[in-house]
Design a protein around this ligand. Structure first.
Ligand SMILES: *Cc1c(COP(=O)(O)O)cnc(C)c1O
Length: 431
C-alpha cells in the first residue's frame, strides 16, 4: 500500500484530476450521489455538503429497520429489540463527543440548532448590570442573528444596543483574532456572551477558537460557539479549549439527513451545577426515574439535563450509518484529505481567476478554513451563475447574497474531478 499523497495535483488538467482520484479516492462509493442535471457526466459534482450532506448508502436499511421495530414492537420499540430507540440520543452523543473533543457527559443530541441555541442561552445568557451585550460576527447566519436579537428583547433590552456585530477592517474579508481580543479587553465588562460561528458560513473563515475563548473567559463573559460549519469539517477540542457551550446541526458535514436533530455541548464544569437555570422537560430527568413522573425532575449531572422532550427515533436513525463512517475513517484522516482537496480547488480557481472575474474570499491559509471556498463573482449575477452551473453543467454549488458562490469539496465523498468540473464550468460561464 502506498501512503496517501500529501498534496493534491499541481497540474490543472482534467487528466491530472482523474489520476489524483485514482491515488486518493475517498469514500464516495458509500454515498448516494445525485445525478447531474446537465453536462457530459452522469453524476453531479456535489459541492454543497456544507448545506446538506449526501445520504450514506447504509442509511436506507437503518430507517427500514426502525420502521420494522415500530411495526413489531409498537411503543415497546423504545426499550425492545436490537436497537431500542431510548438508547439513540446517548449512543450518538457518545460518537459525536469524539468528533468535537468532548466527553460523552458534555454532549447531547436533541432538537435542532436554533432551538438548542435558545436552550443554551436560557442557561448561559443572563444579562446583569452593565454586562448585557452579545458579540456576534456581522455576517453571522441569519437564524443566529434572529436568535440573539430575540433573546435581548426577551430580557427587555434593545437588540440594537445589546447585540454587537464584529466587522472585518475596511477592504478585508475576515475578522482578525487580535481585533476580537482587543475588543474583549477594552469592553469586557459589558459583554455577557460571545457567540461566533467556528467556521463562518459565508466566508468560510475558521476562527481561532482557543484564543477567542480564552479572551472571552478573561473578560468574564460566556463563550458559545456555533459549530454548524465546523462539526465534521475540522478537528475540535471543545473540552480542552474550555468552551462554555456549543451547538451544531447534524445535516451538513455530518450527513444525518434533512432536518436531522442537532447537538449541544455543555462544558463539564457546568453540568453538575445545581444553580444552573434551565428550561426543562421529562427527557431531562434521569432515565432511571423518568417514568415515575415525579413533580420535581431529577436532572442527571450531564448535558442530558438539557434534553426537553421525546427524541425522534426516525430522525435519529440516519446518525448510525453517518457517525459509524466518521468513526471508521477518523477526523484526522478526513482533515488531511480535506486540505489536499481544497488546496487543489484553490489552485484550479486561481488558474482561471487570472482571466475571469472571480475572487476567492476564504482565507488562503488552510489552518484558517475548513473545506469550503467562497468565490465572489465580480461581474454579472452570482445567483444566475450558480443556477447555470447546476442546470447546464451538473455542478451543484450555492449562491449567498450578494455575490458569493460557495463550493465545499467534502473529503468523504467529493473528488478532484468534481473540483475540476466546477472550475471548467466557470471558465465557460464567466465572460
Ligand atoms: C445551517 C446553520 C443553521 C441552521 O439552523 P437550524 O436551526 O438547523 O435550521 C444555523 N446557524 C448556522 C451558522 C448555520 O450554518
Amino acid at each position: 500500500m502506498t501512503a496517501a499523497p500529501t498534496t493534491g495535483p499541481d497540474a490543472t488538467t482534467e487528466q491530472a484530476a482523474l489520476d489524483a482520484d485514482g491515488s486518493d479516492p475517498g469514500w464516495r462509493e458509500l454515498f448516494v450521489v445525485p445525478p447531474a442535471e446537465g453536462g457530459p457526466y452522469p453524476q453531479a459534482a456535489y459541492l454543497v455538503g456544507n448545506s446538506l450532506g449526501l445520504q450514506p448508502v447504509a442509511t436506507r436499511a437503518d430507517i427500514l429497520a426502525d420502521l420494522d421495530s415500530w411495526g413489531r414492537f409498537g411503543v415497546e420499540g423504545f426499550f425492545d429489540g436490537e436497537r431500542p430507540w431510548q438508547s439513540y440520543p446517548q449512543r450518538f452523543a457518545a460518537s459525536m463527543a469524539g468528533l468535537i473533543g468532548a466527553g460523552p457527559a458534555e454532549t447531547v443530541i436533541m432538537n435542532s440548532l436554533t432551538v438548542n441555541l435558545h436552550l443554551m442561552m436560557a442557561s448561559f445568557y443572563r444579562p446583569r448590570g452593565e454586562r448585557v451585550r452579545i458579540v456576534v460576527e456581522d455576517n453571522t447566519f441569519p437564524s443566529d442573528s434572529y436568535a440573539v436579537r430575540s433573546q435581548a428583547r426577551w430580557h427587555g433590552l434593545d437588540p440594537d444596543d445589546a447585540v454587537v456585530r464584529l466587522r472585518p477592517r475596511p477592504g478585508e474579508h475576515h475578522l482578525r483574532t487580535d481585533d476580537v481580543v482587543d475588543l474583549l479587553r477594552r469592553e469586557g465588562p459589558t459583554v455577557a456572551l460571545v457567540l461566533l460561528g467556528a467556521v463562518n458560513y459565508h466566508s468560510g473563515q475558521l476562527m481561532d477558537i482557543p484564543a477567542i475563548t480564552r479572551a472571552t473567559r478573561e473578560a468574564g463573559a460566556v463563550s458559545g460557539w456555533d459549530l454548524a460549519h465546523a462539526a465534521g469539517n475540522i478537528p475540535l477540542q471543545l473540552h480542552d479549549w474550555d468552551v462554555d457551550f456549543a451547538v451544531w446541526c447534524m445535516y451538513k458535514y455530518l450527513n444525518s439527513g434533512p432536518g436531522a436533530p442537532g447537538g449541544a455541548f455543555v462544558h463539564e464544569r457546568h453540568v453538575d451545577d445545581p444553580a444552573m437555570p434551565r428550561l426543562e422537560g421529562w427527557w431531562g430527568t434521569d432515565a432511571a426515574v423518568r417514568f415515575r413522573m415525579d413533580a420535581i425532575p431529577q436532572p442527571p449531572p450531564t448535558a442530558d439535563a438539557w434534553q426537553v422532550s421525546t427524541p425522534s427515533a426516525l430522525g435519529l436513525s440516519p446518525m448510525r450509518a453517518a457517525l459509524d463512517l466518521f468513526e471508521t475513517v477518523g477526523m484526522t484522516t478526513l482533515r488531511e484529505r480535506s486540505i489536499r482537496l481544497t488546496g487543489y480547488l484553490e489552485r484550479v480557481l486561481d488558474d482561471i481567476a487570472a482571466s475571469r472575474p472571480l475572487t476567492v474570499i476564504t482565507p488562503r491559509d488552510p489552518q484558517q478554513r475548513g473545506c469550503q471556498l467562497s468565490v465572489r463573482i465580480d461581474q454579472g449575477d452570482a445567483g444566475e451563475v450558480a443556477r447555470r452551473l447546476r442546470h447546464e453543467h451538473g455542478v451543484i454549488t450555492d449562491f449567498r447574497e450578494p455575490d458569493i458562490v460557495r463550493a465545499a469539496p467534502v473529503p468523504l465523498y467529493s473528488t478532484y474531478h468534481d473540483c475540476w468540473r466546477f472550475a471548467d464550468a466557470l471558465t465557460r460561464l464567466l465572460p
